[in-house]
Structure formats: structure tokens, C-alpha cells
Design a protein around this ligand. Structure first.
Ligand code: ADP
Ligand code: MG
Length: 503
């Protein structure tokens, strides 16, 4: 292991507030924490209290250039290392990350407001898992031999792309960083990450942990705003691939910028994922499945949130009642408290946006807003961005709440009578990320699974992204796959053909 000085504690720290302060005002470039060249910073706020907990470096094109230039130099050596050895180093990162799960969980809970027990610590664990998975795939960077002619040996080899620019959002920043960084590195690329302005700290903490194992410069991170820091990363001539998770609107801006340079992109964008419940389902399992599908513990801030739930009419009323009861049993409170199930919305802007959707739904004729759970009573949290989950009934497909991604704790339950009709409604969406079907009739389930327009369809479960299973949407939900061997091969390497005439 490399031993380099670093300003943050190398041993797990139970105090996320101290850690947030220690990480203030820094990028991670060239194997070290460095301030923004401009000296500018912006506030990182704990959404549970409204109090500033750290400053983030406000990166611009000069910082991006330093990070990319360093990465490009380091990438050449990194690519020469045997692939399996690169994988072994990424595997070592996994072990170190596992030791820091609690620390990383607390830090991400502090900056995002996601509850430690139900979300934040879980995310930290999955990060270690993703590094472990990709760390084992070095030997899979294989090519093929191709039949051409008896006297000509034709083979393909996989080569890295160069410097990868990775732009991530705030909802699961550590996980989304890991899904991009781990495969890119194993494939022999160097990476520059642009963190999300709302949640730059936990991912910044990970840099030091990775740096204990990896060569300096192969992994860099800048923080800052989209147009000032993200756009120069996409535009930089030495960046040969961009992988992005975020909004459809920003995804299209990035796609256009990448087109100017003719570089490949992977885009993981929004979703409006349907959950279809048949009367013959295992009722209790399906109700608890709906809570996880809707990601209520993440305040619904998930691209795959089951924000459209279709329930077969005979069990509709019973299902709505059971779901309300279940969500009422969830505890909203301090994200750092182990008892808390539901934390806060990330930012005032998102809070207002989600409230706008709720007000519009509540004002719709015939609609009922079932407001669930209870606001926390702790006076220290009175300025927190807590928002009670809302289950809507009585809305129809024309409603903006059924068509648009809300990215908040709001779901719409609608009854259905006929499988063909519900399939048509489920597919009547600009998005196509994920879907789930709940039935004991596998004939019906499999038939619909084949005809749903989505990148991921699950029957009788609705798990979040899993290592080894390709994840990525169709339609406005994006381009390309993540999380799998296929994702590493297709999106972080290119195939070169080599032919040898042996006569
Ligand atoms: P939201 O603002 O709704 O959270 P975005 O898709 O705008 O979602 O943001 C996701 C990530 O993309 C963030 O890291 C953000 O800074 C970055 N970003 C925003 N605008 C641009 C842009 N024009 N070019 C590159 N990155 C951007
Ligand atoms: Mg934005």
C-alpha cells in the first residue's frame, strides 16, 4: 500500500461533523486534497437542520484541466499494468471501503438527509460490494479470434478509452460513483469525477481511501456547479468518454457536447417506473414490496421509484389501506438516529418542486391525497426538509403526477381491470427504466415482462441496482448499461482488430 499524507482521519471517525469540516474546500487531484485554484467555495448544508456543515471547493475549467491533464499522464502507465493486477488493486479498495462503511454512512446521512440505518449505511456497503465485484473482472477483458482465412490470424483486443469523465447526482452519490469508477479503472482508464453540488463530501472522503491503494492521478475528483465545472469536463479534449447519471435535460446537454467531440456517452436518466399488482399476488409481501419499490426510506428520491402503482380492482381498496397503514408505521426523524426510517429531502429547491406536485394533485377533482407518517417533533429539526409521504388515489393518466418524474415521496395508485389495458397504461410514458409485476400467475407475469418497455423488469420483487446485473433504461431513461461485466466491456473499452498474414 502507498503511504501518503492526507488531511482526513485514516481511521474510522464516528463524528461526521468533524469529518465534514476536515473535507471543506477541497478537490482531490494528483493523489492529494487541494483547494480550488480560484479559492472559491460554496456551502454544504445538512438538510435535517438547515445548518451549514462544510464548504465545497467551487471548481472551474482550471481545476478540471489540472485533474484531466494529470489523469491523462497517469493513464498511460496504468493501462500497461496487467488487467488482473489493476483488478486486484480495485479489490483492495473494496476491503478498505468495507472498513469505513459506518463512517461513510454517517457522512452521507449528514449531507443528504438520508436515514443512516435504512439508506446511508446500506449505500456504503453496496459501494464496497461494487468495488469487489469489478475488482474480480480484470481477466475478463478478453478479445476474440475471428475466422477470416486459413492463413490470416484475426483477433480483437480490448483497449481502454483514456480519461473518463464521470458526472454524478446527489441521490446515491457513492453508489453511482462506484458504478462508474470501478469498471472504468479495471478496464485501464483513468477517471475524473465531478461530484454533485448538494452532496460532495462522502465521495470526496472515498478518494483518500482509494488513494491508499491506487497510483496517484488515476483517480481525481472535482466539485462545483454543472455549467462551470461539469461542462468543461465534458468539453476537455483529453476526456474520451463521459458517463453521466442525472436529469434528462442535463443528459441531453451532455450528449450534444459529446457529439461535438464524437466521444461515447453513457446516460442514466430519469424514470417513472410502474408497479403492477394482480389480485392473486402474495398480498403482504406485495405491500411491503411496494414500500421498498417506492423507496420511501429514500424519500422517493430514486430513478426507479415505483411512482405509478396499478392494482387489480378486487384488491384495490384493501391494498390502499394496507399501504397507508404501512407508511404510517414508518418513523421520520433525524437521519443520524438509528431509529429513523425516513430522513429529509435533499434541498429547498427539490422540496418546493415536490410540494408543487402534491398541491397540484390535491387540487385535482376526484383525487385524494393520503398524507402518511408524522413530522418529527424534535425542535432541533424544525428547519429540516421533512416531507410526509403522500399516496394519491383518484388521479388518472392525464395527470402530471402520473406522467412526470417527481423524485419525492409521492406515489399514485390506480385500479385496473384488464392486463392488456394496464400494459398500455404502463407503457404510456416517456420513460423506460424499471418496472415490477406482482402475481403468482407466471404465465401472465412473463408475458407482460416481455412487453413492458423498460430496461429492468422484476416479478415479485423490486430490488435496487445489483452488481452483475445490467442496469439502464430505454426511451428517455437513457443510453447504455451499468453494474455488469457487459457494462465494463461495452462502455469502458473499445475493440481493436489485429490481423496477421502468416503466409
Ligand atoms: P439536478 O440538478 O436535478 O440534481 P442534474 O442532471 O442537473 O440534476 O445534475 C446532475 C449532475 O450533472 C450534477 O453533478 C450537476 O452538477 C451536473 N450538471 C448539471 N448541468 C451540467 C452541464 N451543463 N454540464 C455538465 N454537468 C452538468
Ligand atoms: Mg441541474
Amino acid at each position: 500500500m502507498l503511504d501518503r499524507p492526507h488531511p482526513t482521519p485514516a481511521t474510522p471517525s464516528a463524528d461526521p461533523f468533524a469529518l465534514a469540516k476536515a473535507l471543506s474546500g477541497l478537490h482531490f487531484i494528483g493523489g492529494a486534497y487541494v483547494p480550488a485554484r480560484s479559492g472559491k467555495t460554496f456551502a454544504v448544508v445538512n438538510p435535517a437542520t438547515g445548518i451549514e456543515v462544510a464548504r465545497a471547493a467551487e471548481g472551474d475549467a482550471a481545476d478540471v484541466d489540472a485533474a484531466v491533464t494529470n489523469a491523462a499522464k497517469a493513464q498511460k502507465e496504468w493501462a500497461k499494468m496487467p488487467a488482473r493486477k489493476r483488478g486486484a488493486l480495485v479489490h483492495q479498495c473494496a476491503a478498505l471501503l468495507q472498513e469505513h462503511v459506518d463512517e461513510l454512512g454517517r457522512l452521507i446521512a449528514l449531507e443528504t438527509g438520508k436515514a443512516l440505518r435504512t439508506e446511508s449505511r446500506v449505500e456504503a456497503n453496496v459501494v464496497a460490494d461494487v468495488f469487489e465485484f469489478f475488482g474480480g473482472l480484470g481477466s475478463e477483458l478478453k478479445g476474440e479470434s475471428v475466422p477470416f482465412a486459413p492463413n490470416v490470424l484475426s483477433v480483437t483486443v480490448r483497449e481502454p478509452l483514456g480519461v473518463v469523465g464521470a458526472i454524478i447526482p446527489w441521490n446515491v452519490p457513492m453508489l453511482l460513483m462506484a458504478l462508474k469508477v470501478a469498471p472504468a479503472l479495471v478496464a485501464g482508464n483513468a477517471v475524473v469525477v465531478k461530484s454533485a453540488e448538494e452532496a460532495p463530501l462522502a465521495v470526496l472522503r472515498i478518494c483518500e481511501i482509494m488513494n491508499r491503494v491506487l497510483p496517484p492521478d488515476v483517480f481525481n475528483m472535482v466539485s462545483g456547479f454543472g455549467p462551470e465545472c461539469g461542462a468543461p469536463l465534458v468539453a476537455h479534449p483529453l476526456v474520451k468518454k463521459v458517463t453521466f447519471t442525472g436529469s434528462v435535460e442535463t443528459g441531453k446537454i451532455i450528449y450534444r457536447a459529446a457529439a461535438e467531440k464524437l466521444i461515447p456517452v453513457t446516460l442514466e436518466l430519469g424514470g417513472k417506473s410502474p408497479m403492477i399488482v394482480f389480485a392473486d399476488c402474495d398480498f403482504d409481501k406485495t405491500v411491503s414490496g411496494a414500500l421498498t419499490s417506492m423507496r420511501f426510506t429514500r424519500q422517493g428520491q430514486s430513478c426507479t421509484a415505483a411512482s405509478r402503482i396499478y392494482v387489480e380492482r378486487p384488491i384495490f381498496d384493501r391494498f390502499v389501506t394496507a399501504m397507508k397503514d404501512a407508511v404510517n408505521g414508518m418513523v421520520m426523524g433525524d437521519p443520524l438516529d438509528e431509529k429513523t426510517d425516513i430522513g429529509t429531502i435533499i434541498s429547498q429547491g427539490q422540496f418546493d418542486k415536490v410540494k408543487g406536485f402534491i398541491a397540484e394533485g390535491a387540487a385535482t377533482a376526484g383525487a385524494t391525497a393520503h398524507v402518511c407518517s408524522r413530522m418529527p417533533e424534535d425542535p432541533a429539526l424544525k428547519k429540516g426538509l421533512f416531507l410526509q409521504p403522500v399516496i394519491f388515489t383518484g388521479l388518472t393518466r392525464e395527470s402530471r403526477l402520473v406522467q412526470e418524474e417527481i423524485f419525492g415521496p409521492v406515489t399514485v395508485i390506480q385500479p385496473f381491470d384488464d392486463p392488456e389495458a394496464v400494459l398500455a397504461e404502463a407503457n404510456d410514458s416517456d420513460y423506460g427504466l424499471a418496472a415490477s409485476l406482482w402475481t403468482n400467475n407466471l404465465k401472465v407475469g412473463l408475458d407482460l415482462a416481455h412487453r413492458l418497455e423498460a430496461g429492468l423488469v422484476q416479478i415479485n420483487q423490486n430490488l435496487v441496482v445489483q452488481a452483475n446485473l445490467s442496469y439502464g433504461g430505454v426511451k428517455q431513461s437513457g443510453l447504455g448499461k451499468e453494474a455488469s461485466l457487459e457494462a465494463m466491456l461495452e462502455h469502458f473499452t473499445h475493440k481493436k482488430t489485429i490481423m496477421v498474414n502468416m503466409r
